[in-house]
Design a protein around this ligand. Structure first.
Ligand SMILES: Cc1cc2nc3c(=O)[nH]c(=O)nc-3n(C[C@H](O)[C@H](O)[C@H](O)COP(=O)(O)OP(=O)(O)OC[C@H]3O[C@@H](n4cnc5c(N)ncnc54)[C@H](O)[C@@H]3O)c2cc1C
Length: 496
C-alpha cells in the first residue's frame, strides 16, 4: 500500500507528488495520458511536437512559488529566459512587454504618449511586489476553523497595511482614474484575461496587479516543451504510471482503493489533480457527490480554449519574439478579441527540428458553443475558426502565410475534455472575479478525510504560479492533518 496516490500528472499533481516524495512518503502518480502536464503538456502529432496549452513559464525566481518549490527539490529546469515576455499587436501599434520596468514603461509611452503610465503602473508594481512574496507565507486558506481564520486575517492585515485598502476595489476604478482610452483599456483587459480569466470591470485590483505584472517577472520558455519541465520536476516521485486512468476511488476504512485501467491500487491518502466539478465522478461517497454538485452551481465554468497547432519554417532572424498576443475584431466563435501565439525557441532540438518551429495558438471560447453539434457542423465550425485565426495571424505576421507545413491541427473544448478530462472542456481555472476571489474558491480539503484536491480550480487558481501556490497551501494542510512525516519541515524547508 502506498502512502499517497496522486490522480493526474498536471502541474498540481507533479508538484505535490514530488514534494511529498521529497518529504519521505511513498508516492505513486497515475496519469491517464502517456505524457505529464495536462493543459501544460507537450504532445507529438505527425511531423511536429506541440505544447498543448501553456507555453509561458513564469516565476522561477526563488521568492516566487514555482521557483521556491524547484529550489526545495533541488531541481534545475530545462529553460531559457524570454524577454520581451510577450509582444502585443494592437490595431495601430505593437508593444513589447519587457522585463526591465523602465524599458517597459518607455515602450508604453511610445505607443500611448498621452497617458500617465507611471501613475497606474507604480501602484501595479507596488501591489505585486508586496503580494508575490507574501503568497508563499500565506497561511492555510480558505480557513477551516477559528485559529486558521485568525492567521489569515493577520496575514491580510499585514499585506493591506503595505498596499492600502484601495487594492480591494475593482481594477477598472484604478484604470479609469488614469485614462479612459478604449485601446489602452482593451490592451490591459486582454492581459488580464490571459492571467486572471476576467477583465478589469470584474476583477479586484489585488489579483489584477499580479496579472498585469506577469510580463515583468522572470519569464521562461521550457526547452523540450512544458512536459520536459514537468518531467524534470517529477524526478523525486518513485512510481509514475502513465497511460493509467483512474476509474473509481473507493473509501475503505482508513484507506482508498483506486480502480484503474491497469488494476487496483491501494493508498492511505489520495490527492486528486482534476477539476473541482468532476470530484463526484470518481469518488464513491455521498458527501463528495454533494460537494461536486455544489461546485457545479456555485463556481462558474467560464472559459474553454480554441487552439491551433502547426509547424512553420521561418528564417532565424524573422519573428525573433516567441510569444505574441494579437488583437482582432469580434467574431462568433471566440470569447475574447485576441489570440495568443507561441513559437518554439529556435535552439529547442525537440520542438524546432532543422529550422522548423512548433507553433501553438490559443484563444478563449465558450465551451457551450462546441457542444451538441452534428459532426458535419462541428467540422465546419472548426474550419471557420481556423481560417479566421490564421487570417488574423497573417495580418500581423505576414511571414506565416506560406510557412505552415503538415496541416493545421485544431483543438476545441471537446479536445481538452477528451484528453485532459476537464469538465465540459473548461480550462484556465476559475475567473478571479470580485464575487469569486478569494472566498468563493474551493479548498484543497474535500469532505472525506484523507482525500485532497489540487490544480487550477482550487484556491488560488490558475497558471503555474497559481497552481504552485495551491500546492504550497496543500503541504501546510497536510502537515496540520499529520499526513507529513515528523521531520518533513526540515526536508521541506522553504515551503513552510
Ligand atoms: C490554451 C491554454 C494556454 C495556457 N497558457 C498558460 C501559460 O502560458 N502559462 C501558464 O502558467 N499557464 C497557462 N495555462 C494554464 C495552465 O495550463 C493550467 O492552469 C495548468 O496547467 C493546470 O494544471 P492542473 O494542475 O490543474 O492540471 P490539468 O492540466 O488539469 O491536468 C490534469 C491531469 O490529470 C490527468 N487526469 C485526469 N483525469 C484522470 C484520471 N481519471 N486518471 C488519471 N489521470 C487523469 C489528465 O490527463 C491531466 O494530465 C494555459 C491553459 C490553456 C488551456
Amino acid at each position: 500500500m502506498h502512502d499517497v496516490a496522486i490522480v493526474g500528472g498536471g502541474v498540481g499533481g507533479v508538484l505535490s507528488g514530488s514534494l511529498l516524495a521529497h518529504a519521505g512518503l511513498d508516492v505513486i502518480l497515475l496519469e491517464a495520458l502517456d505524457y505529464l502536464g495536462g493543459c501544460s503538456g507537450t504532445f507529438a502529432h505527425r511531423e511536429g511536437v506541440f505544447n498543448a496549452g501553456a507555453t509561458t513559464l513564469v516565476g522561477l525566481d526563488d521568492r516566487l512559488p514555482v521557483g521556491r518549490i524547484a529550489r526545495v527539490l533541488g531541481i534545475k529546469l530545462p529553460v531559457r529566459p524570454v524577454d520581451p515576455a510577450i509582444r502585443v499587436h494592437l490595431p495601430q501599434t505593437t508593444v513589447p512587454l519587457l522585463r526591465n520596468r523602465d524599458a517597459f514603461l518607455e515602450a508604453l509611452e511610445h505607443s500611448f504618449p498621452h497617458i500617465d503610465h507611471a501613475l497606474l503602473w507604480s501602484s501595479v508594481f507596488r501591489t505585486a511586489d508586496a503580494l508575490w512574496p507574501a503568497l508563499s507565507s500565506l497561511p492555510v486558506f480558505p480557513p477551516n476553523n477559528p485559529g486558521e481564520s485568525l492567521r489569515s486575517l493577520v496575514w491580510a492585515m499585514r499585506l493591506l497595511s503595505g498596499t492600502g485598502l484601495s487594492v480591494l476595489g475593482r481594477a477598472s476604478n484604478h484604470i479609469h482614474s488614469v485614462t479612459t482610452d478604449p485601446v489602452y483599456q482593451q490592451f490591459l483587459d486582454h492581459l488580464l484575461l490571459i492571467t486572471t480569466q476576467a477583465t478589469s470591470r470584474d476583477v479586484t485590483f489585488l489579483p489584477a496587479a499580479l496579472g498585469l505584472s506577469y510580463a515583468t517577472l522572470d519569464n521562461h520558455v521550457a526547452l523540450g516543451g512544458m512536459s520536459a519541465a514537468l518531467d524534470a520536476l517529477a524526478k523525486p516521485i518513485p512510481r509514475i504510471l502513465r497511460r493509467t486512468r483512474v476509474r473509481r476511488i473507493l473509501p475503505k476504512n482508513d484507506r482508498y482503493i483506486l480502480q484503474t485501467s491497469r488494476g487496483e491500487i491501494e493508498a492511505r491518502k489520495v490527492v486528486l489533480n482534476r477539476d473541482i466539478w468532476s470530484l463526484g465522478e470518481l469518488v464513491d461517497a455521498e458527501p463528495v457527490r454533494l460537494a461536486a454538485q455544489k461546485a457545479m452551481h456555485r463556481v462558474p465554468r467560464r472559459w474553454g480554449a480554441v487552439t491551433l497547432y502547426f509547424m512553420v519554417q521561418l528564417p532565424p532572424d524573422r519573428t525573433p519574439d516567441l510569444h505574441h498576443q494579437i488583437h482582432h475584431e469580434k467574431n462568433p466563435w471566440t470569447g475574447s478579441h485576441s489570440l495568443f501565439l507561441s513559437l518554439s525557441d529556435p535552439s529547442d532540438e525537440r520542438l524546432s527540428p532543422e529550422g522548423w518551429r512548433s507553433v501553438t495558438v490559443s484563444t478563449h471560447t465558450e465551451p457551450a458553443l462546441w457542444e451538441n453539434l452534428e459532426p458535419a457542423l462541428y467540422a465546419e465550425q472548426k474550419e471557420r475558426v481556423r481560417t479566421f485565426m490564421l487570417d488574423q495571424i497573417c495580418a500581423h505576421l505576414p511571414e506565416f502565410r506560406h510557412a505552415a507545413k503538415g496541416g493545421i491541427l485544431v483543438g476545441t473544448p471537446r479536445t481538452f475534455r477528451r484528453f485532459t478530462g476537464r469538465t465540459e472542456g473548461s480550462v484556465g481555472g476559475v475567473p478571479m472575479t470580485q464575487g469569486q476571489f478569494p472566498f468563493g474558491f474551493a479548498s484543497c480539503r474535500t469532505p472525506l478525510k484523507g482525500l485532497y484536491q489540487v490544480g487550477d480550480t482550487v484556491f488560488p487558481g490558475q497558471g503555474w504560479p497559481g497552481v504552485a501556490t495551491g500546492v504550497l497551501n496543500l503541504m501546510k494542510v497536510l502537515e496540520k492533518d499529520s499526513v507529513l512525516p515528523k521531520d518533513a519541515r526540515k526536508l521541506l524547508q522553504g515551503v513552510f
